[in-house]
Design a protein around this ligand. Structure first.
Ligand code: C2E
Ligand code: CA
Ligand code: CA
Ligand code: CA
Length: 286
């Protein structure tokens, strides 16, 4: 790869080569990760601003591979989406999160679990044999197996999911809503969507993206955006979760703006199932 001239040379640097190999390796390992039990869910508490009580936990996936170490979702979810592996992984996440929430409920904490959804899960092909969309199958199986009341399951959907395949997405969301599942919009305000979907889709909750929360105490535009979102949500009878709350000052701002729930490092980083349960128990002792 030495004599290809200036412009081509860069494609053959050892570094590029390594990263292409790295990518292929990653895919190979990812294909085996489910059967090898390498995924775990961590849980991040969501707190009611008024009462200080934990009302739910967001499930966030982690991948622990013996060769690669701990891989963050940002580094493998895109690959899982490209390869379609996100579909079986997503089904595993649903199942595991529902079982965990059932455990909380059985132990006196009927709090919800919020699960992140990928657009690929909405765009699975429905085969002739299937009487309903495969995503509905996955959700209903997870609820059946865990015996979790549907009201305790929340699905986090992004604006981009709502903007694609409008008809199927609408059908699926209406079906989920009829079952009693709660639906939230993740990273609200960062997509390119129009607000009209808020009245067309059966949404319950808006999650304000952490990029708006970050500078809420110093940046007047961010403050105005968060204020506008919460006022709009109240009028539309939607609940608001602010994510990425890291400081008391941010929390106080959000309280004044009458945001319902908060989530972020100020309360807790995402916790293992055991640590999450310990966190719930500790709250009860207060
Ligand atoms: P997200 O859904 O927006 O999740 C919030 C991310 O912010 C999480 O990163 C969380 O650990 C982090 N975070 C929480 N509180 C704070 C805070 O106070 N400050 C800051 N700076 N960050 C905070 P994580 O766990 O690395 O997840 C990254 C993304 O990966 C998620 O973003 C979500 O889009 C995706 N993801 C995670 N788990 C799943 C999953 O099970 N399925 C799918 N499809 N995507 C997932
Ligand atoms: Ca999320
Ligand atoms: Ca988010
Ligand atoms: Ca996200």
């Amino acid at each position: 790869a030495k004599k290809l001239g200036k412009n081509n040379y860069q494609f053959f640097t050892p570094e590029m080569n390594r990263s292409a190999q790295q990518y292929i390796k990653l895919e190979k390992y990812l294909r085996r990760a489910l059967e090898q039990n390498e995924f775990v869910l961590h849980y991040q508490p969501q707190v009611d601003v008024k009462t200080g009580r934990i009302i739910g936990m967001e499930a966030l996936i982690r991948w622990m591979n013996p060769k690669l170490g701990l891989v963050n979702p940002a580094d493998f979810i895109p690959l899982a989406e490209d390869t379609g592996l996100i579909v079986p992984i997503g089904a595993w996440v649903l199942k595991t999160a529902c079982k965990q929430a059932k455990f909380w409920q059985q132990n006196g904490f009927p709090i919800r679990v919020a699960v992140n959804m990928s657009s690929r899960q909405f765009h699975q092909i429905q085969s002739q044999q299937q009487s309903q969309h495969p995503l509905l199958d996955d959700v209903l199986n997870a609820l059946d197996e865990s015996d979790l009341p549907p009201e305790l399951l929340e699905l986090e959907i992004t604006e981009s999911i709502l903007m694609q395949h409008l008809d199927t997405t609408m059908e699926i969301l209406n079906a989920l809503k009829n079952i009693g599942i709660r639906l939230s919009i993740d990273d609200f305000g960062t997509g390119y969507s129009s607000l009209s979907y808020l009245k067309r889709f059966p949404i319950d909750i808006l999650k304000i993206d952490k990029s708006f929360v970050n500078d809420i105490t110093t940046d007047p535009s961010d403050k105005a955006i968060v204020a506008a979102i919460t006022v709009m949500a109240q009028q539309l009878k939607l609940e608001v979760v602010a994510e990425g709350v890291e400081t008391l000052a941010q929390l106080e701002f959000l309280r004044k703006l009458q945001c319902n729930f908060v989530q972020g490092y100020y309360f807790s980083k995402p916790l293992s199932a055991d640590d999450g349960y310990a966190y719930l128990l500790a709250q009860d002792d207060l």
